[in-house]
Design a binder for this molecule. Structure first.
Ligand code: FAD
Ligand code: NAD
Length: 470
């Protein structure tokens, strides 16, 4: 087995796997290093299991809005079993086969930079192997859950995204620290699967504070209706858990403490760069790896180091990591062959628009591009229009009491959409239409001729354009 490859990819999450695929398509050889499971966080402890847990909760809510339908109590065992199927029972044989079929060499072990173009791999059996790269090393080590320095919190061994997505039972009482995407999705999943008391502690003034405020309000209403308690302007100041795995008490700045059976910390992510040898090439040994729009590390001479996915901090989303990976793999192949490396397809332009994201709660919240506040802060001349989704026939037909809203932020100078947000049941699949409009910078006068079918929720596009004045 040779130890020299054109490209060495460190980390076999969705981003790393896709880089390997693209460089091999480009005619290069690749090795992919992974100590845990090929497929990464996304496949086993993030996107896939979280959506498997949320799907039945979403369906129950949907059915509840249609008279004549009733759902029996959720069979939690069956839901957890389907989640286990979705994560391949934490067995990566299929994904390893995929990597090998690329074909790329799959190297099981922890990778660590060991000077320029060298990666030292520590295998699970303790053996070491040093790989060298002829052209590039790509860091795709992802991120891990951040745990804030609250006294007693680490000692309490709280759940993070890892444990909650892999839960084997649902706690009776759950306290959640954080008001972001993981907190909202997992609070709703656990509550919908039977948690009797779910309390979400939000430091700021609303859930999902990077989304349009109306989306946060609709989600807060839904949480309140379901009996999920959201406390804003508060945070944990101290945590106590005298018995491992026993009751856990969260102390707040004021008022009585909250006792629960489990505690979930969902306060963001830390790039997985500690211990990967960045200091051996003169970089700080932690933090994100800054990259240019071709994913090349800006601080490294000779341009042999790249970083894709969560580790570069651009957009912590699987689809954006995979997008970065495709263009990174292609640009490495182009540079290795001495071909043009400045084609538009070889530069990340999507992240700058504001990536598309779906929060799989009920209501679903999805957005692409800039919020009104972000567009104004960026200096655009902005006009925003909104429409009540419940007034769209296609949405009304989905269920009684349909609550939802849409908003389009327009650049008045060019009359193109800068950002779109939808909040409501069943809006996730609408998002790509907005992504095309925003990324394609489609003029409103042209969008007017994209006629949405009746009676679909997509008719909200027509209503937004009418609200704008077309
Ligand atoms: C609960 C949750 C739900 C999410 N849901 C969604 C969603 O619905 N949609 C979405 O787009 N995004 C979602 N995300 C975000 C998504 O999971 C990440 O953006 C995505 O996993 C990033 O991919 P990645 O390849 O960069 O990193 P990862 O998936 O984290 O993979 C990195 C890999 O690198 C490996 N690695 C680490 N250190 C080393 C080393 N030293 N040597 C070799 N290998 C190493 C790790 O073991 C891991 O396998 C979710 C995140 C969480 C926490
Ligand atoms: N459906 C999806 O697309 C999806 C689902 C889950 C996660 N993700 C991705 O994973 C990433 C991580 O999600 P996340 O929810 O952990 O992070 P986040 O950045 O979305 O939210 C973190 C939340 O924690 C709060 N917070 C931060 N530090 C705190 C502290 N010390 N005390 C109290 N609150 C604190 C923040 O104010 C924020 O509300 C996100 O960036 C998201 O893009 C995506």
């Amino acid at each position: 087995m040779g130890d020299e490859f054109d490209v060495i990819v460190v980390g076999a999450g969705p981003a790393g796997e896709n880089v390997a695929d693209r460089v091999v398509r480009g005619g290069l050889t690749a090795a992919v290093v992974e100590p845990r499971l090929a497929g990464g966080e996304c496949s086993y402890w993030a996107c896939v299991p979280s959506k498997a847990l949320l799907r039945p909760v979403d369906l129950v809510a949907e059915a509840g809005r249609v008279p004549g339908l009733s759902m029996g109590p959720v069979d939690v065992g069956a839901v957890l079993a389907r989640r286990d199927e979705a994560v391949s029972h934490y067995d990566d044989a299929g994904q390893v086969r995929w990597v090998e079929g690329v074909p790329a060499e799959f190297v099981r072990g922890r990778g660590r930079l060991d000077g320029a173009r060298r990666v030292r791999v520590s295998a699970p059996d303790g053996s070491e192997r040093v790989l060298t790269a002829r052209h590039a090393v790509v860091l795709a080590t992802g991120s891990t859950a951040a745990v804030p320095p609250v006294p007693g919190l680490r000692e309490a061994a709280p759940w993070t995204s890892h444990e909650v997505t892999a839960a084997t039972s649902v706690p009776e009482r759950l306290t959640v620290i954080g008001g972001g995407v993981v907190a909202c999705e997992m609070a709703q999943a656990m509550h919908g699967l039977g948690a009797r008391q779910t309390t979400v502690l939000v430091r700021g003034d609303r859930l999902l504070d990077r989304m349009e405020p109306f989306a946060s309000e609709l989600l807060a209403e839904s949480f309140a209706d379901a009996g999920i308690e959201v406390r804003t302007h508060t945070e944990a100041v101290r945590v106590e858990r005298p018995e491992p795995g026993g009751k856990v008490t969260v102390h707040l700045p004021d008022g009585p403490p909250i006792e629960s059976d489990e505690l979930l910390v969902a306060t963001g992510r830390v790039p997985a760069t500690i211990g990967i040898g960045l200091e051996t090439i003169g970089l700080p040994g932690k933090g994100t790896v800054e990259v240019d729009d071709s994913m090349r590390a800006t601080a490294v001479e000779d341009g042999w180091l790249y970083a894709v996915g969560d580790v570069n901090g651009r957009a912590l989303l699987t689809h954006m990591g995979k997008y970065q990976a495709r263009l990174c793999g292609d640009v490495i192949a182009a540079r290795a062959k001495g071909e043009r490396d400045d084609l538009p397809s070889l530069r990340d332009t999507a992240d700058a628009y504001g990536p598309p994201q779906v929060v799989f709660t009920d209501p679903q919240i999805c957005a692409v591009g800039r919020t009104e506040a972000a567009a104004r802060a960026a200096g655009f001349q902005v006009r925003a229009v909104e429409y009540d989704l419940g007034s769209v026939t296609g949405a009304y037909l989905l269920g009684d009491g349909y609550r939802g809203r849409a908003k389009m932020v327009v650049d008045e100078e060019r009359r193109v959409p800068l950002g779109v947000t939808f909040a409501g049941p069943g809006v996730a699949e609408l998002l790509h239409s907005a992504t095309i409009a925003v990324t394609g910078e489609v003029p409103l006068d042209r969008l007017w001729h994209a006629v949405p079918a009746f009676p679909t929720v997509s008719e909200v596009w027509l209503r937004l354009l009418e609200a704008y004045g077309l």
